[in-house]
Design a protein around this ligand. Sequence first.
Ligand code: RIB
Ligand code: CA
Length: 313
Amino acid sequence: MDKRKLIIDTDCGSDDAMAIAMALNDPNYEILMFSTVCGNVNAEQAAINTLTTIEKTESYEPPVYVGAQKPLLVPAVFAADTHGEDGMGDIGLVPTRLKKRPENGIYKTLETLEQHGDQEIEIVALGPLTNIALEMLMAPETMRKVRRISIMGTAGLGVGNVTPLAEFNIWQDAEAAKIVLDFGVPLLFVGWDACLDDAMLDPDDIAEIRNGSELGKFVIDCNKVLMEMNVGRFGYECLDMADPAAMAAALYPECIEECDKYYCEMDVTNGPGYGAFIVDKYRFSGKEPNAYVCSKLKAKEYKDYIKRTLKVK
Ligand code: RIB
Ligand code: CA
């Protein structure tokens, strides 16, 4: 069977790195390209981190292009406290051979879609939606060719991780998220809640992954800063792997426990709700659902998928 084709848009921080390694090793998919976006780190650093991850995965090597250098309207707020200054745990990781391509990631995404047929390509977005929104504004007919856009973003049916209501990727460019939500292509949002509770990587999972392969060691070690932060946030060494959860839901839907279609709205008002992704779970609005929201994964299937694609023995 032909491999399904992906474009991955990423603000490559340390959890993106795990998700990217998983996707590169999934035999059912071919990643055509990576575009980077300002989020955890600036878009240039995200490209460096993506190149490092491709090298460490020792699989095929899709091209990496830098996209938007800042959100549409609001200032960039990097996540050094979560992922380290370099986004990869500040443990000195740099690419030794690969280089980014000179073209802009937004133009290359549109060009790649133009070179393929309708419904042939899925986009997986692991960072703020700035690139995706600009692609929709610049070439709406080209973007309507996309089979689906799977997004790590929103609080799902839970709470926020950057404000009480908002999840970071959506909050960092809520205007872009509104453009994407209103555009009208199939959307799957995987909420931050999907990687919590029994989907959280606990100390046993972390040890098994780290000790099970060189790649496993890399993706755990680059999440060092997040693990240290989580001792204070959750009370023990654990990893809330938001991007791996989104990647697993997108590429291996057998691991999805709860996912449904809802009418959703973006709050872009200039108040405490800014960046909140409002899910009309009980259908008060009576409006047609406009997006799928995945809020829970089957922990065993999800973790087995992580370990399988990270070649953990
Ligand atoms: O809220 C979690 C998301 O924000 C993840 O994608 C993480 O990498 C950051 O981009
Ligand atoms: Ca990310």
